[in-house]
Design a protein around this ligand. Structure first.
Ligand code: PEP
Length: 249
């Protein structure tokens, strides 16, 4: 059985005042039947980790450098994120792939460092609208999976998030059939590469305009083990509605 995961990505939002949302979130879910993760901006990570200490909420990073240390001004290593309290790191988010030119091999190198540090890599994949329109979504996803996921992956150190680029922050959501087709495809690819045991143990998240109002139907789709949530993770009340929907499945 895969434990469900509700992961929030605050992106470049929030200063110290936003930490109160973590207190509220933890208070709303003292003993959930699933994992709850919030990835705040890096400067908040250490304070966020302290705020959620001894609660059901974990914290993670939004990106890291592929090297363990060195002359990389402005960058952050996986070890630094771990030291600040992170248990997971989002990698290959489309905003990194598109805005910062990250290629599959960059994501894979980062994922190796994250896994070597004992953290969980949440590797994002997803197609653009143009790619979906010419009907090669599964080719794109297949290439991202084989290029971005390192060989050392297991059900413990890897989570895959399917995030269609056109659904992120737009209010647009694929049909349930479309979500199911991609999640089943990702599961089959993981089983083929890593064997049934590992392939079936990796959690698959859907991300892209998940809200309390649409979460229940999305979580009912096969091979959807939770969500990676942007906008609706910023307020404890909204994220809590998504957590409740996931718990009720
Ligand atoms: C995201 O950026 O990972 C995301 C899913 O954003 P939103 O929920 O706001 O669409």
């Amino acid at each position: 059985m895969r434990r469900k995961l509700a992961a929030g990505n605050w992106k470049m939002n929030g200063t110290g005042a936003a930490l109160s949302e973590l207190d509220l979130l933890a208070a709303k879910h003292p003993s959930p039947s699933l994992d709850i993760l919030i990835c705040p901006p890096a400067p908040l990570l250490h304070r966020a980790a302290s705020a959620v200490e001894n609660t059901s909420v974990s914290v993670g990073g939004q990106d890291c450098h592929a090297d363990a240390s060195g002359a990389h001004t402005g960058d952050i290593s996986a070890e630094m994120l771990k030291d600040a309290g992170a248990s997971a790191v989002i990698l290959g988010h489309s905003e990194r792939r598109v805005d910062h030119g990250e290629r599959n091999e960059d994501v894979r190198a980062k994922a190796r460092t994250v896994m070597d540090a004992g953290l969980q890599a949440i590797i994002c994949v997803g197609e653009s609208l143009e790619q979906r329109d010419v009907a090669n979504t599964l080719d794109i996803i297949g290439g991202q999976l084989s290029g971005s996921i390192p060989d050392q992956s297991t059900g413990e150190n890897l989570v895959v998030a399917y995030e269609p680029i056109w659904a992120i922050g737009t209010g647009k959501v694929p049909t349930l059939e479309e979500i199911g087709e991609v999640h089943d495809f990702i599961r089959a690819r993981l089983e083929r590469r890593f064997g049934e045991g590992v392939g079936r143990s990796v959690r698959l998240l859907y991300g892209g305009s998940v809200k309390p109002g649409n979460a229940t139907e999305i979580f009912g789709v096969s091979n959807v083990d939770g969500a990676l949530v942007g906008g609706a993770s910023l307020k404890a009340e909204d994220f809590s509605g998504i957590i409740q929907a996931l718990e009720s499945i």
